[in-house]
Design a protein around this ligand. Sequence first.
Ligand SMILES: *[C@@H]1O[C@H](CO)[C@@H](O)[C@H](O)[C@H]1NC(C)=O
Ligand SMILES: *[C@@H]1O[C@H](CO)[C@@H](O)[C@H](O)[C@H]1NC(C)=O
Ligand SMILES: *[C@@H]1O[C@H](CO)[C@@H](O)[C@H](O)[C@H]1NC(C)=O
Length: 438
Amino acid sequence: MVRQRTLLLISLLCLATLWSCRLPKMCLYSQCREDVTAPSPQSVDLSRADSPFISWPLERVCRETTTWHPGVTFVCDNNSGGIGNIRNYILTCLRYAIEAGVTAIVLPEIRTRADDNLASIMNPHRPFTYFFDEAHFRRALRISCPQITIYSTTDDIPHAPVPFKAEEFTPRNLGSRGGCDRRDLNRHTDRFGKQFVSLLERTATEYHLPAPSTEHPRIFRFTWGVQWDIPVFRDGPEFVATFGGILKFRDDILDLGRRVTKHMRGLAGKHASSSFAGMHLRTENDALSAWPRYENQSRAYLSRAADMGFRVAYLATGNRTEADKLAGSARAEYGGMEVVTKHQVLKNYKEDLEVLEALTWDQQALVDFVALLESDYFFGVSPSSFSMNVALKRHLKTGGLYTRPWKIGGDGDGYSWLVGRYEKYWDDWLFMYDSLWP
Ligand SMILES: *[C@@H]1O[C@H](CO)[C@@H](O)[C@H](O)[C@H]1NC(C)=O
Ligand SMILES: *[C@@H]1O[C@H](CO)[C@@H](O)[C@H](O)[C@H]1NC(C)=O
Ligand SMILES: *[C@@H]1O[C@H](CO)[C@@H](O)[C@H](O)[C@H]1NC(C)=O
């Protein structure tokens, strides 16, 4: 009898154990651990150029803004430079727009660079679609922040002044930052909404303006270069990991990037492995003199890549002369390592090559961006915002939605390594890492 009871008790216990394993929250036993961690947000791969846009973190941030101001509009076009700068400029402007509670933005335009002088970055604007997928941006903002309308151009803002004119301001000037380096991030982003309302009121009194409304819009544009401004992790890792997904590259550029990647895999396959390294050589003539030079970059990349066993590498650079130089030294000094650029990968694919060559210098860099995200290890250079952006986006492989900040100056994440100086927070531009959304 006693034995039977014991048996019954044991069976019941076993059943309970089995049952509790089906319900992750009730798990008390080590054998259940898989149930607890299996379908985690860590498993979402957000590191690719075509990763899905996850909207709830942005939705949450927009819900946290409780006062929205009708008739107040931001124009996010005082940007410049390559994709790293342009992306972060637009994201910064949008993040400020949400905090300010503006009810409209103008679809951001992109300022271009001169073809014959890469350092000349203040040329006429091109539309949003110069780089990005407009339908995706509109859809993503509509589902996450329905409070914000997107006007196609400044002409579409109802009752805008003719000729068009916007009020200009610098967000970080709204809060006192006594004693800081002028490059310091805005330490008052939590209070930006309140400060912006004060600005609205102060200037309304000063210029005798009615309260803003659709009939009496107030339209604002930032001064140039508001792009390394917001301490991004204050919004939580989920926001950092997903916000950048609102800016997806246009489809034809994504396609070309994917085809380049596929051809790279094919090329690597000839060396009995399908893996290839990605390298970003930033030595074009507009690179700043304090940055690591050709020798610093090329030597570091090639010796590390060789040590890691790579036989093939994809090289992103806008400088063909130096691309040849690097490929030459890879062949001669690093056991015949094959290093190719996007033009060389596409050499035997005439149609793709034509598509590539029809793009401008900065658009072609987007193809590099896609391919570098797909490479098996990435070598870049700090403080190029392009390299940083690629490395931080690849870093999302480490934790998905809950990715912790990249450790500046290390190679600890196992996906990327950036050569550079990491001693001075300001002069080595390390503040960029704290204000960049991947
Ligand atoms: C951009 O910013 C600069 C100064 O930072 C300012 O002079 C200019 O008027 C702004 N607006 C445009 C459209 O460039
Ligand atoms: C490429 O690099 C060389 C130095 O090797 C430099 O003289 C040239 O101006 C650069 N070209 C571009 C397009 O950046
Ligand atoms: C580049 O290499 C030279 C020589 O090895 C070194 O003195 C210099 O500090 C390096 N510069 C950077 C920015 O790493």
